[in-house]
Write a protein that binds this ligand. Structure first.
Ligand code: SF4
Length: 387
């Protein structure tokens, strides 16, 4: 291992970590649907969905995706509306668009067969070092390391690393440790094969080692109150032995949240609502929404009322006859804490070229809405039903 003395980790410690992690994972792994397959396509879909999203949220989305698009070819040839609809509510929609681009790339460059080579997987749109490592290790049992937030926390604690793991140098070192650890797992598997032959336990050590680190971080070595008493590597863990688990990882404070406020307009005509599609190249591109505009987060009283009237006039092309508050929806995107205030707008006449299309509540079912607007669509449809 080549690294400076501050970052020296002995291979003997890494080798000792492998057996308890593999044993623990074989007995405690959660039964997740994507763990019942070695199909790289299915594993890839799960890994992309799991970026920024929790397991319990992903599960029904993954199952629906695999039901509707069970093979890579189906994902490559599906229409964009179908892809967006299958992703609706998961957020970070660029993931879905990249996924389809990557599926098409695999069809063109790899004859429809998911590539096994790490560099080829890494070259796919939307696939970074972590995801490529996860796919190659889980699907093909290759010794490719992974380092996400969970694995970072586990390694930082086991090795008692004081530096902020988000710093470049510390991050590089953690990647190195993750790589050395999985190399140890591979070496142990190779040695076992020599003595026991190909069959039996221990023939997918790289797959299980990486998943054991991810799983340990998700269910035992959690950010707050880690369950060290049931941890399989407790006696090897520096943070536990020095009673510092709650102090690590030593992350710098994140940038403070920024409040933003939007006014969304619910305009109804003959049982249909005015909705529009977001353009390409913006957040939530191609998804549907109610007409809306950002208004000052700090506005109050008459200034707030007139800002909404001005926004409505500009969006709709004519001044509203009446604006009534309908509901308020709060959500977060990255560091933004967004409040979307929805208003029911009555017009005297309708714009000759409306800024969108008129759609019924029934038609909403076939459209993929941005998350906050999906809630508003359900709310608006409910209001209409109840008069
Ligand atoms: S002993 Fe505690 S701090 Fe150390 S890896 Fe296990 S759960 Fe995490």
């Amino acid at each position: 291992m080549r690294r400076n003395s501050k970052f020296k980790i002995h291979n003997s410690k890494l080798a000792k970590l492998v057996p308890p992690l593999l044993d623990w994972f074989s007995q405690n792994a959660r039964d997740l649907p994507w763990r019942r397959t070695r199909d790289p396509y299915a594993i890839w879909i799960s890994e992309i969905m799991l970026q920024q999203t929790q397991v319990k949220t992903v599960r029904p989305y993954w199952e629906r995706w695999m039901r509707e698009l069970p093979i890579l070819e189906a994902a490559a040839s599906a229409g964009p509306d179908k892809i967006h609809k299958l992703w609706e509510g998961l957020g970070y929609y660029t993931r879905a668009r990249n996924l389809q681009k990557a599926a098409r790339q695999i069809m063109e460059r790899h004859g429809g067969k998911f590539p096994r080579n790490f560099e080829d997987v890494l070259a796919l749109p939307g696939v970074g070092r972590y995801t490529a490592g996860a796919i190659c290790s889980i699907a093909f049992n290759q010794a490719t390391p992974v380092l996400d937030g969970n694995v970072m926390r586990v390694l930082t604690r086991i090795f008692g690393i004081e530096d902020d793991p988000r710093e470049r140098k510390t991050g590089q070192w953690l990647w190195q440790i993750a790589g050395d650890l999985i190399a140890q797992a591979k070496a142990a598997e190779t040695a076992k094969r020599k003595t026991c032959g190909r069959s039996g336990r221990g023939t997918n050590s790289c797959s299980c080692l990486n998943q054991s680190l991810m799983e340990l971080g998700a269910v035992v070595c959690t950010p707050r109150n880690p369950e060290c008493q049931i941890c399989p590597v407790q006696r090897l863990c520096v943070a536990f032995l020095q009673n510092r688990a709650d102090k690590l990882p030593a992350l710098r404070r994140r940038v403070t949240a920024t409040p933003r406020r939007f006014a969304a307009l619910v305009v109804e005509r003959n049982g249909k609502f005015l909705v529009r599609r977001r353009p390409a190249g913006v957040v939530n591109a191609h998804l549907w929404e109610f007409p809306n505009a950002e208004i000052g987060a700090g506005l109050r009283g008459p200034r707030h009322t007139s800002a909404i009237a001005e926004a409505a006039t500009e969006i709709l092309g004519l001044a509203p006859a009446e604006i009534k508050p309908l509901c308020q929806i709060k959500h977060s995107i990255t560091r933004y804490r967004i409040t979307m205030e929805a208003f029911r707008v009555r017009l005297n006449g309708f714009p000759s070229t409306p800024p969108g299309v008129w759609m019924s509540a029934e038609e909403f079912d076939s459209l993929a809405f941005a998350a906050a607007h999906k809630k508003l669509a359900l709310f608006a449809a409910g209001c209409m039903l109840s008069g």
